[in-house]
Structure formats: structure tokens, C-alpha cells
Design a protein around this ligand. Sequence first.
Ligand code: 13P
Length: 337
Amino acid sequence: MVKTLEEIANYIVADGKGILAADESTGTIKKRFDSINVESTEDNRRDYREMLFRASSMSEAIGGVILFDETLRQSAANGDLLREVISNQKSLPGIKVDQGVSPLNDSDKETATKGLDGLDERCQEYDTLGARFTKWRAVITISGNDIPTNECIDQNMESLADYALIAQKNNMVPIVEPEVIMDGDHSIDRCFDVSKKTLSKLYDFLDKKDVNIRGTLLKPNMVVSGTTNAIQAPIEEVAEKTLECLKSSISNDTPGVVFLSGGQSDIDATAHLDAMNKIGGFPWKLSFSYGRALQQAALKSWQGKPENTVAAQEAFNHRAIMNKKAALGEWSMSLEK
Ligand code: 13P
């Protein structure tokens, strides 16, 4: 049984395992279901997520699953608690604890993440419900030369450190997620600069507030070209610049870096992770905490129909195994069907 914060963090990323981000808020999962014309009811959300959690690749490739509040309390169709379905797959249940974003100083571009009020009490309950780790997402947007502002970075990174301390006090590993958004026409170098500044600030605050870094996981974006920039950096460049950025800004004590997919295609998310692990030469585990890049194919196969469960699980298994291989630097394009 993994007990300490360090043990939990290391367990989640052991042997090429990564995280399934299944913590879409009620609004976000509705958008995902809209794309396959399925109504977002409590039962449909349960059936979809139960399908994922019972997939055979879970025990092999997924060390932790991030849940939304509803799912942590929800039971499977046969009455088993979904969090126990996850534990029976030797994976750890975790919980998203931020409460979304609101505009920063009435800005139409920048936001601050909400959720520090009452966080300690909520974490106490999540601990008793069996959550072993938590997640908090901060959003940093790039726009022109003036955004992000220093204020946006400072405020969001300080909140991440405050959150991390509260999660640790309640025996749960904090996943700190500062997401520099891909959307925009910026170059990969601008993404590099903003990501480096953001991560450096985050680690300053974690240090200043005495967060136990060995009991955290970092969930960053990769350093990529803005989605509408005419020049899209190739895989090798993304891998090299992401590693350079991490090496120059985060602590060597971080046990694991688990990337978000952020809107990358399934194959890009896998190929980038694999390329970084093939380069090597860093002290942390480098793995995945993908939402869309693990679920997209499964969601499409599922279509809300019980008769598609096996096909959907196969689609999920394939991506989970491919990403495990990428976390070990053992993936190649020839493994894709
Ligand atoms: P994506 O991999 O779809 O970006 O989701 C990860 C996540 O948890 C965002 O908070």
C-alpha cells in the first residue's frame, strides 16, 4: 500500500505509467457528448466513464485517474463504487479541486483560477473518500506582446502553491497544472519564453511556501507553435525546446512531469512524449496526463451505445498502451494501426 506523498507520486508514474484525465466538469463533458450527439445525463456520464475504467489497459498503463466530484461519489451500474473499480485496476483515484476560472480584473483574455475558499474542508472530505491526489489548473493565455501580464502569472502561480500546500496537508499529492494555452498565432519561441517564465515563477512560489516538491507532480503544456502560426515546429524541435524549458525552470526533486495534451492530435501527443524520452538526460519521470488525447478515439467509437463498449475500450487501450510506450521512449509510428 502506497502511503506517503512521495510514494503516491512515484507510484503514479512508475514503469511508464501515466494519468487518465477524466475530470471534465459538467460543462466540458457536455461539449464532448454533444460531439457524438449523446445527452449528458448522470447515467450516460457514468456508463462512459465506467467503460474507460474497466478497460484492460488500465492496470498496465494508467497509474492514476483524475475525477470530477460527481464521479468520485458515483457507483457503477452494478453498484460498485467507480473509485473502487479504479483501485481494483491498481490505479489511484484523484480529484480535480479547482473551481474553474473567472476573468482577471475584468479582462476578456486573462483569468484567475477559483477554489481556494473552503479548499481545506473539501480536501479533508476527499481524503476520507479515498482520493490519493488532486489537480488544480491555472490558465495562461498568449496574445500579442502584452499578454500574459506579470500579474496574471504571479497570481495564478501563487494560487497553485497555496493549493499544493493544502492538498499535502490533507495527505494528497497535488498535481500542479500551469497550462500555457496553444491557441494563438504565436511562435514556438514565444511559447518557450512564456512557459519558462511561468514555470520559474511556480517553482519560486512552491519553494517560498515550503511545498514538499518530492510529493508533487507537474502537469505542464509542451512547448509548441501557436495553433494558427504558419510555421508549425516539427516533433524534434518541440521535444528539444520542451526539455530545455523544463530543465531551466523546474526543480530536480520533481518526481514526475505528466503533460497535458492541450488540443494536440492523438499521434502528436504520443510522438512528442516519445521523442523527449528518447533524448533522455533528465532527473524526472516524463509521462502523460492526457484527457482528449486518451479519450477522443474511444468517445468516437462509443457513441453512447452499450454494444460499442468493447470497440471503445479497444480504442482506449490502444492509446493508453501507445502512451506508455512513449513514456518509456519505445514508441514508433509503425505501432499505430
Ligand atoms: P487535455 O489532455 O485534453 O488537455 O486535458 C488534460 C487536462 O486535465 C486539462 O486540465
